[in-house]
Design a protein around this ligand. Sequence first.
Ligand SMILES: *Cc1c(COP(=O)(O)O)cnc(C)c1O
Length: 390
Amino acid sequence: MKPHTYGPYGGAYVPEVLNRPLADLTVAFDEAMADHSFTAELEHILTHYVGRATPLFHAKNLSQVYGANIFLKREDLAHTGAHKINNTIGQALLAKRMGKTRIIAETGAGQHGVASATAAALLGLECTVFMGSVDARRQEANLFRMRLLGAKIELVESGSKTLKDATSEAIRHWISTADSTHYIIGSALGPSPYPRIVQTFQSVIGREIRSQFYERFFRHPDAVIACVGGGSNAIGTFSGYYEDNQVALYGVEAGGYGIASGQHAAPISEGHTGILHGFYSYFMCDEHGNIRDTHSVSAGLDYPGVGPELAWLADKGRVEYISVTDEQALQSCMELTRHEGILPALESSHALGALQEVVRRQGDKSHIVVTLSGRGDKDMGILQEMLSGE
Ligand SMILES: *Cc1c(COP(=O)(O)O)cnc(C)c1O
């Protein structure tokens, strides 16, 4: 079976023993999506459990600040507080359909771990989450939440003991357990067919935006904005407007201390092509392909690579990329909280941090949709530290 690619990006650069499980997954996924009983069950859970459709909110106060018409896609109101649940429910259903009894997942801040443990609890699957020991110490509340949900946590002590290492360890573990176990990857990356699976399950975001906006205005927005970690909320958002070239698509990467500092997580703004975790894309790496350390105030954007489809959309010029620094993101987080009474996740605050630049490019009075990927409750500790000037 030929692995799926996006231009030169994607593929499946994996040890030979994973070829079979990936081929089985590809067939099972395509069959499931063509089976009405599967898609109907998924839709039922998304409606009655996740709480979809999430609202598209006209942020009038924020609109006044920027002189444009700004709308927020409220993924922060989805169950567990972010878009990640759209993907974990889809993949957990797929795992059950394939006869698997167990799922594994990697997690950085713990958001994907919580969303995976939640889906496992709902659907009666065993769940093990791989988490770097440094991240585990930083994210104790989510660690406890996963345990409450019945998940087992495997602490990863290799490398930098963070998300990148947890992902490597999850892949290694899957090699020996694929018969009974499905690996739920948390973003639109990894070896084929994962980027396509995650894009499909997250495309509900873009479909909803498209119809919600059109029903109200009988037209499309001028631009949509989403933050880019691995790229799942962005690709889900953008896929609603691939074919509508009049809708500008903006992806926002984590600028950390600024691109010039080298301390960021913006592999498209400043990175090289390379291979990690089974796929070819842009990574934070040197010209020899050695992966560099990343930095972002938001744990969910702190991954050294980007999904292959977003890399290809960058090369084609269909998606424009902007980077937003830690400081800008914190300011935007405070701004939305004060003006609209919505405390956004620090990841989502990066998308908001691009508003000034996007309004400058699109013009006053333009209609702009920002995907608010998650809520900020999880970031309270970091906000407290940063705002007290530590
Ligand atoms: C994980 C996460 C992200 C980044 O992941 P993507 O796959 O790039 O969407 C963004 N926002 C929130 C709230 C997250 O939890």
